[in-house]
Design a protein around this ligand. Structure first.
Ligand code: ASP
Length: 418
């Protein structure tokens, strides 16, 4: 997505969303339940638009990401290191999120919907790890797509992407180009839908305030605090520790060299839009070779999203808390795993993280109008969180590039602030 700081403030999305929130809150407050009933459908419509794009977005994003990596022996080594780093850093991110949610407990006792847990169907969990494994492999891909069985779809997309890399020259290129183009179509569609965010936010907030009054805002503030603290711990503690332990790199120098892309990520909320600047700084300031940077960063921009992983995990657990569910260890494990996969499946554009949270929710059987209502409320305050998580996303990519460059014997990495 383009970054246009030159636009007047009222044409910038985050201001529009803020105004929509205030107007929605006022409408809900003044007109109460009738306004909620009248306008609710607009919020539902917006949520349907978001859900509409999940399956094709995740499919094309993963297939094009995995396939573009290519084959070959030397690449194989780089590939395993890169994937190893992605998985490690994202898993740490979800662990931080889990810790924060259990510490702050933002959703416990919250009153955001009118139902109580007694009205809700019990959560689903696979009976055993073996069952989980079996569930990941779809019996029928189309059925998995039709029922938005995301774990199965992600599995299929990954193996499909890997299979593409084994095709001979010409056909491989054609197929990769095709999926790349389809992925761009989906990104365009996502950006187009996000333009209606202010209208969706207006309706969702009107309904929320019209139904439950301002009570709903206290848990939202705590929720925002949880995400904010999770992101902060990951950015300023976990990732620096990885830099020191795995790369013998000074975090202070690395932060200083990465200041430009971090600022751009903050103002665009898009790892994709930031990628050119990330590449430039990682090569020219951090001092990573073009070979490693151009391998680790583009794939990292869509696949390795630590900030998004924090958000997926904490967001889903928050919703479970609001609805009064006490998740078992097994269910929390599934949330961690699917949060990781959802962060892989999220596209590098604004608010993509919020779209894929349904993957995590579906995996533990959290669905229905109440869930939509809470996701809607989260959506209303998502923009500032999205800005911050995008910073964490691209910073983690840059740490990966620096650490892998060091492990490949490059000596000029982060030797000074440039
Ligand atoms: N906006 C984020 C990014 O581009 C994705 C997300 O919404 O979490 O990195």
């Amino acid at each position: 997505m383009e970054h246009r700081p030159d636009l007047p403030w009222y044409r910038q999305l985050h201001w529009q969303v803020l105004v929509a929130m205030v107007l929605g809150a006022l409408t809900g407050l003044i007109f109460g339940a009738p306004a909620a009933a009248r306008l609710g459908w607009i919020g539902d419509l917006f949520m349907r638009l978001l859900r509409m794009i999940i399956v094709p977005l995740v499919l094309t994003s993963i297939i094009s990401g995995v396939a573009s990596v290519g084959g070959g022996r030397a690449l194989g080594r780089l590939f395993s290191k890169t994937l190893g780093y992605y998985v490690l850093s994202s898993l740490l991110a979800t662990t931080v999120a889990l810790f924060m949610v259990n510490l702050i407990r933002p959703g416990v006792g919250a009153n955001m919907t009118e139902t109580t847990q007694a009205d809700l169907p019990p959560l689903e969990t696979p009976q055993s790890p073996v069952q989980l494994l079996l569930d990941i492999v779809p019996e029928n891909v189309f059925q998995a797509a039709a029922s938005a069985d995301m774990l199965a779809l992600i599995f299929f997309s990954i193996v499909f992407g890997v299979a593409i890399t084994t095709l001979p020259g010409k056909s491989r290129e054609t197929v990769i180009e095709l999926f790349d183009a389809l992925f761009h179509v989906m990104m365009q569609l996502t950006s187009g839908i996000i333009k209606f965010l202010p209208i969706g936010v207006f309706a969702l907030i009107t309904r929320m305030v019209g139904t439950t009054g301002f009570d709903s805002f206290r848990p939202l503030a705590l929720y925002a605090l949880t995400i904010f603290s999770g992101l902060t711990v990951h950015l300023f503690i976990t990732l620096p520790v990885l830099l020191i332990v795995l790369g013998r790199i000074s975090p202070r120098i690395h932060f200083a060299n990465m200041r430009d892309p971090m600022l751009i990520a903050f103002s665009t909320s898009s790892s994709g839009a930031t990628l050119p600047v990330t590449l430039d700084s990682v090569e020219n300031k951090v001092g990573v070779s073009n070979k490693v940077a151009s391998f680790v960063l583009p794939m990292g921009a869509t696949v390795n999203m630590d900030g998004t992983a924090v958000f997926e995990c904490a967001g889903a657990l928050f919703i479970a808390q609001v609805l009064g569910f006490d998740l078992t260890i097994m269910q929390q494990g599934i949330v961690i795993l699917t949060a990781l996969l959802a962060s892989i499946g999220a596209a590098a554009v604004p608010s993509a993280g919020l779209v894929v949270i349904f993957i995590v929710l579906e995996a533990v059987g959290l669905r229905g109008p109440d869930v939509n209502l809470i996701v809607g409320a989260m959506l209303a305050i998502d923009r500032p969180l999205d800005m911050y998580r995008t910073v964490v996303n691209i910073f983690s990519d840059s740490c990966g590039a620096a650490i892998i460059a060091r492990s490949e014997g490059e000596s000029g990495v982060d030797t000074e602030i440039r």
